[in-house]
Design a protein around this ligand. Structure first.
Ligand SMILES: NCc1[nH]cc(CCC(=O)O)c1CC(=O)O
Length: 301
């Protein structure tokens, strides 16, 4: 069997986790799964923000093509990088148990400890807006590249601070880096901390195998967060945060949208039934209804 993945250290770590989950479940030998590295446009293009050059499809389209061509049997992704609307031919078949969903602040102990007019490196519109909400004097510069590249830019003095997902640092065994930002300070990106596995919708055998390692709690919460994105208009590149957490038999879903400068935030929450995509999308629409015309316009582009 062939597993397709991007070649970044984080992607490879997530591919290894997926192989180990399948091997543990089915007792397969080490060589039962071959890892095929596929370079994506997102890996190639490093000097521009993703939103400028076509968005998250840049992380998926080459792996989608490899699936369709039969070059790989399944593909592993950070769910955060998987666009909201996927082709009908491709199915999110499983998710691994979710890791820490929070962001970390790196280079300083806290936002308050930053100097006046701090320079903060990030390529995420969400993190940029959330930083500027806390520190309106911050200047945001573009930080792209893999985790090690970004830490290198920080070490080289290009910025006072940067932000990274705790999950990525943990998977790269760099857990000592940075300080956890509490959820009340910074709500994470939809799907942050979740690894997803996709295969062709028509591949019933593969869907069965992957279903056996699916973590249903993660799957339902992440799908709810993706529902919020759909309610907000699907393919937008605007600052959006969302987090679903199990609450008894239901999901407590929180979400917010922000203006680019962080000066306007519309936040909302709902308790929804697991699998109720309609309710998740409705939360996205409620946020839009409550936004100023200027903020709403960001989502209509
Ligand atoms: N956009 C890059 C990306 N995609 C997933 C992760 C981290 C792992 C995760 O959230 O599951 C990262 C790096 C980061 O945001 O720090």
């Amino acid at each position: 069997m062939r597993l397709g993945t991007r070649g970044s250290p984080l992607a490879l770590a997530q591919a290894r986790m997926t192989v180990e989950a399948l091997r543990a479940r089915f007792g397969w030998a080490r060589d039962a799964i071959e890892t095929v590295v596929v370079q994506t446009s997102g890996d190639r293009i490093q000097d521009r923000a993703l939103a400028e050059i076509g968005g998250k499809a840049l992380w998926t389209k080459e792996l989608d093509r490899a699936l369709a061509a039969g070059e790989i049997d399944f593909a592993v992704h950070s769910m955060k990088d998987v666009e909201t609307v996927r082709p009908d031919a491709i199915r999110i078949a499983a998710m691994l148990p979710r890791a820490d969903v929070r962001d970390k602040l790196i280079g300083t102990e806290s936002f308050a400890a930053l100097p006046a007019d701090p320079v903060v490196g990030t390529s995420s519109p969400r993190r940029a807006a959330q930083v500027r909400r806390l520190r309106p004097d911050a200047r945001i510069i573009l930080f792209r590249g893999n985790v090690a590249t970004r830490l290198g830019k920080l070490a080289a003095g290009e910025a006072h601070a940067t932000l990274l997902a705790a999950a990525g640092l943990d998977r790269l065994e760099r857990s000592e880096v940075g300080a956890i930002i509490p959820l009340d300070t910074m709500l994470p990106a939809p799907s942050q901390g979740a690894v997803g596995i996709e295969t062709l919708s028509g591949n019933a055998a593969m869907l069965d195998l992957l279903g056996a390692i699916n973590d249903a709690d993660t799957f339902d919460c992440v799908m709810a967060e993706r529902g919020v994105l759909r309610g907000l208009g699907g393919t937008c590149h605007s600052p959006i945060a969302a987090l679903g957490v199990l609450d008894g038999s239901a999901i407590h879903l929180r979400a917010e949208i922000l203006s680019a400068d962080g000066q306007e935030t519309v936040a909302g929450e709902a308790r929804i039934a697991r699998g109720d995509m309609e309710a998740a999308e409705a939360l996205g629409r409620v946020l839009l209804d409550r936004a100023s015309p200027a903020l709403r316009a960001l989502f209509e582009a």
